[in-house]
Design a protein around this ligand. Structure first.
Ligand code: WTA
Length: 630
């Protein structure tokens, strides 16, 4: 673990001067079936990246068998949605039993190494257990956030030809009960690859079970034992696929492989949170996102940490829930998203005033830029001016945290993710692809050398991986983010430079939302852009051309419902504006920067609009906007 600023400097220099040696040394902390000798081979043009290629291992052995001394330590504390329901705790050895049992149920139902398994579960212990069970037997898990619609779920099931779906009868979320299994049933009408649906009982809801296809987990688990030897995996075998939105087309399956991901998840967890044995750590993300993968499940469990898995929402039963949970378990490291901070701030201090929170040592932020006001509120009210805030920048594709302060080692600066972790070589490029060497500049954030958990491909479509990440700037991994570097070399992330909107820390591609909106039968064409939103960071603004109609139609509700159906509630537009046309170039491309300005209530400095086919449309859109905002 890095312990001081000098230590960081030493680590960083070593990791850049001799990356192979640096990661080879770190790899010795792990349990290999075959130790690797070939450390790294790579080219970013194909891309073709291999870490520890000739090594073999199983990540779950590195959680359970490697840390055998910790077997009676608590691994997971599960806190239920409803505070009056008792929690559950698992020691490492209890968790190990559960994982092996689950793995044996999968095996019994024909799941083999390399098969894809979709996990569509609420935040219950089985979410983590089933991920680890897949890893134990070498099956590839793909967790789908349980807020996605049937349509989004079936797209993902079909894209990876999943053999099994793991779900639950229902989901307690705040005061609601959500019929998760019903969504799976609906999704499977459009999928024929799935042989079985393994259903965990959670809510006791009345659900349909399809004979021959659907199985109750609690019944299956009685038929197997809890001994399961770990499958031997090569370093570059697939560990998981996680779907994420991009600027074009449908979500793509980001692929992570076994060894590199494992190393980097542990490395970043222990350094960024400065976790010591006995600490209690809590990340509020959902396992359906990369943050849940790397920093609820893999990073903490590889480190032997005590990690909290929280089923509920920040505002149930009221807006003091997070603070109560922190006090209840004396949480030492707390990791959440700016959108949650802003939402809780908006409820006022009375919900946090009576909380003690003195157990906290480090507080973290992830998923979107944290604005200065939210940063200060977090620092004053949660950290009590006494906890470093780790503003961690990273992505689904990077697998782990890339740029972040290290608590009490690298000084924090509000809104800055600060310095790269060892092994990470960020650069800023101008639009022509030249590296900008000075400080106090802005540019496209790229990374110029591979790190162990860089994505390897996009599932089933390697070309898309190359086009999206490795073609814009030849020889670099392009993040899609813009960044600023200050006089000390600190990075501040400015947000996406592509057509991706970051809504409450969730990535949503504009094309995806437009495709959904266009399925509404009243719609001819649409364009969506992000606009500043007080709580969500960015909201979704839709400019819509509709068919002529005699009827009175509530377009706002109708369009939101369509998006809800095809993607899920997170992608519902916050505002829509009916327009007579869209600003297009002669080649038919929508000039989104104009729409972005209008949606942000700015009506000048549109830049060069001489290539517009229909410049008059801009005035018409502005006039409709002004009518709407009146
Ligand atoms: C944004 C989440 C500013 C960024 C781990 C990135 C951030 C996208 C930060 C990835 C941060 C993430 N400051 N922006 N600390 N962290 N982002 O794949 O735009 O869900 O490209 O991964 O979130 O989102 P993803």
């Amino acid at each position: 673990m890095i312990e001081s600023r000098e230590d960081y400097n030493k680590h960083y220099k070593h990791s850049v001067d001799n990356p192979r040696k640096y990661w080879q040394e770190y790899s010795k902390n792990f349990m290999w079936k075959n130790s690797p000798e070939k450390i790294l081979s790579w080219n970013f043009n194909d891309p073709d990246i291999k870490w520890f290629e000739d090594g073999t291992l199983n990540i779950t052995e590195n959680i359970f068998e490697r840390n055998i001394k910790n077997k009676d330590d608590t691994a997971i504390i599960w806190e239920a949605n409803n505070p009056s329901e008792s929690n559950k705790e698992y020691t490492y050895s209890e968790l190990f039993d559960e994982v092996c049992t689950f793995a044996n149920v999968l095996k019994k139902n024909g799941v083999e190494k390399g098969d894809r398994v979709i996990i569509y579960l609420p935040m219950i212990p089985e979410a983590a257990i089933s991920m680890l069970a897949c890893a134990r037997i070498g099956a590839v898990h793909s967790v789908v956030f349980a807020g996605f619609s049937a349509n989004s779920l079936s797209d993902r099931i079909n894209d990876c030809s999943a053999k099994v779906v793991i779900t639950s009868d229902g989901n307690f979320r705040g005061s609601k009960v959500i019929n998760v299994k019903g969504v799976v049933d609906e999704a499977l009408k459009n999928s024929d690859c799935v042989k079985n649906v393994l259903t965990v009982m959670r809510t006791g809801s009345d659900i349909d079970m399809v004979k021959g296809r659907d199985l109750w987990y609690h019944e299956e688990s009685k038929l197997v034992d809890n001994i399961c030897t770990a499958e031997e995996m090569t370093s570059e075998d697939l560990l998981f696929i996680l779907y994420t939105s991009g600027s074009t087309g449908k979500p793509k399956g980001v692929v992570h492989t076994c060894a590199g991901y494992m190393l980097y998840a542990q490395f970043t967890f222990e350094n960024v949170f400065q976790y010591s044995r006995g600490d209690t750590y809590w990340c509020t993300a959902d396992v359906g996102w990369i943050t849940g993968h790397s920093y609820i499940v893999y990073g903490p469990l590889l480190t032997g940490a005590k990690t909290i898995l929280f089923e509920g929402v920040p505002t149930y039963p009221d807006a003091s829930r997070f603070w109560k949970v922190i006090d209840k378990y004396k949480v030492n490291q707390f990791y959440t998203a700016p959108t949650a901070i802003r939402a809780l701030q908006s409820y006022g201090e009375k919900f946090i005033r009576d909380s003690d929170l003195s157990s906290l040592k480090v507080i973290g932020s992830v998923g979107e830029p944290i604005n200065e006001e939210a940063w200060n509120w977090y620092n004053d009210n949660v950290g009590k001016n006494n906890c470093p805030i780790v503003d961690t920048w990273w992505q689904t594709e990077t697998g782990g945290i890339m740029i972040s302060p290290l608590p009490n080692i690298i000084d924090c600066k509000p809104t800055y993710a600060t310095l790269p972790l060892p092994g990470i070589q960020p650069v800023l490029l101008d639009n022509q692809g030249n590296e900008i060497l000075e400080n106090n500049v802005e540019g496209n954030l790229c990374i110029k050398y591979p790190w162990p958990s860089i994505l390897r491909t996009t599932y089933g479509d390697h070309n898309r991986c190359r086009e999206t990440y490795f073609s814009t700037f030849k020889g670099y991994y392009f993040t899609g983010d813009g960044a600023r570097r200050d006089e000390n070399g600190y990075y501040r992330i400015l947000g996406r430079v592509d057509d991706v909107i970051n809504v409450s820390g969730h990535r949503i591609g504009t094309a995806e939302v437009e495709d959904a909106i266009n399925l509404n039968k009243e719609v001819i064409e649409s364009a969506v852009v992000g606009f500043p939103h007080e709580i969500k960071g960015q909201g979704i603004f839709g400019f819509i051309i509709i068919k002529e109609s005699e009827k009175e139609i509530d377009y706002f509700s109708s369009i939101r419902e369509t998006v809800n159906k095809y993607i899920g509630p997170i992608a519902k537009p916050d505002q829509i504006l009916i327009v007579p046309g869209l600003p297009k170039t002669r080649s038919g491309k929508i000039m989104r920067r104009i729409l972005r300005k209008i949606a942000s209530n700015q009506f000048d400095n549109f830049g060069d609009i001489s290539t517009l086919l229909n410049p008059d449309i801009v005035e018409k859109i502005i006039s409709n906007y002004k009518k709407l905002s009146k």
